[in-house]
Design a protein around this ligand. Structure first.
Ligand SMILES: Cc1cc2ncn([C@H]3O[C@H](COP(=O)(O)O)[C@@H](O)[C@H]3O)c2cc1C
Ligand SMILES: O=C(O)c1cccnc1
Length: 334
């Protein structure tokens, strides 16, 4: 019903049919999610989940683990890329400690969803316990519930966690049944030799794993606290009919996990960009997802979401503000 109404509205705007391309698909999708032919994007939010990874100590990242905590403080001081882009587009930014290996001062404007001070290395055993994994999903959901209560209906998710492209790559490889070599990338900037080592470590971790392919067990074994909290947050946003902005490689891996738990979730998700991280294109292809932007970003933090947000605004604005052939008295197609 709403879909047909939206399609008629979009086609009656003063333009050749389909000429606004992906913006038309976006307007249709946002109208469907919000259940209205005159959607408004309200209180856009971007949540950055941060946590540390035991696997970071196995030489899989070009940067040391303490960068996670240092970047959290940078976010709180307003100095990271995601701060700049959120400021530019009036997006509320919230940083959440999902499990950074550091005790932050209690009075900082930092969401507390800490599970532990970093995961264990998944090279030889599970990254977290099953109970911790469940707590991640619950805490991610709670973060979204609180934000939705403020009236927000569009929410993006970012992450910070040195080593987390490794978690994401393994989850992708096992859930999509793809060779590790197709799922790993240079992350923060590994050279060829370091990349080969990352592949060996991750292949060894999978060889050492004797569990099932059930997504909950995979998230427990290979997940990061920030990644699984993001999965919980995405599930919660979908359940609440919010527009979900999916960022780069790690966020898409979190989405892949969420989709296994809620197959309806895809209709709520906007894939904001295609990351330069090697596995991302294949992961998007696997999800049959069409990203909005291709800027060669490989940062994470939710930067792709913040950069794509103006396109969502343009799509609802054309739907709400453009004249129709009838109202503007423009002749239709002959
Ligand atoms: C200064 C700095 C800022 C970042 N912001 C996001 N990431 C990104 O890089 C990390 C993933 O790459 P890997 O798996 O290779 O460690 C994540 O923290 C991700 O958010 C950053 C990385 C660095 C170094
Ligand atoms: O695409 C991403 O999310 C990404 C890529 C490299 C490093 N950090 C994040």
């Amino acid at each position: 019903m709403i879909t047909e109404d939206l399609k008629i509205l979009i086609d009656n705007k003063t333009k050749p049919p389909g000429s606004l391309g992906m913006l038309e698909e976006l307007a249709l999708q946002i109208g469907e999610i919000l259940g209205t032919t005159s959607p408004e994007l309200i209180q856009p939010h971007l949540v950055v989940f941060a946590a540390d990874h035991g696997i970071a100590n196995e030489g899989v990242s070009a940067f040391p683990q303490e960068v996670t905590r240092q970047m959290v403080l940078n976010f709180l001081n307003g100095g990271a890329a995601i701060n700049v882009f959120c400021r530019q587009h009036d997006i509320h930014l919230q940083v959440v400690d999902a499990g950074v290996n550091y005790d932050f001062e209690p009075d900082l404007p930092l969401g507390d969803a800490k599970i532990a001070k970093g995961t264990a290395s998944f090279l030889h055993g599970p990254a977290m316990t099953a109970a911790q994994m469940e707590r991640c999903l619950t805490k991610g959901e709670a973060v979204v519930a609180e934000i939705e209560a403020k009236g927000c209906n569009v929410i993006g998710f970012g992450e910070m966690g040195i080593g987390n492209t490794s978690s994401a790559a393994v989850l992708m490889s096992l859930l999509c049944n793809l060779p590790m070599a197709d799922c790993i990338g240079r992350g923060t900037g590994l050279n060829d030799q370091q990349l080969l080592r990352k592949q060996e470590i991750l292949e060894q971790a999978v060889a050492n794993y004797s569990g099932s392919r059930a997504v909950s067990e995979l998230m427990t074994h290979f997940g990061g606290f920030e990644l699984v909290e993001m999965t919980g947050a995405m599930l919660a946003a979908g359940k609440r009919n919010m527009v979900i902005l999916v960022d780069g490689f790690i966020a898409t891996a979190a989405f892949l996990c969420a989709l296994q738990l809620d197959p309806q979730l895809k209709s709520k998700a906007v894939f904001c960009h295609e990351s330069e991280e090697k596995g991302h294109r294949l992961l998007l292809t696997h999800l049959k997802a069409k990203p909005l932007l291709g800027l060669g970003l490989r940062l994470g933090e939710g930067t792709g979401c913040a950069l794509a947000y103006p396109l969502l605004k343009s799509s609802v604005n054309f739907l709400n503000e453009m004249a129709s052939f009838q109202s503007a008295e423009v002749s239709g197609k002959s």
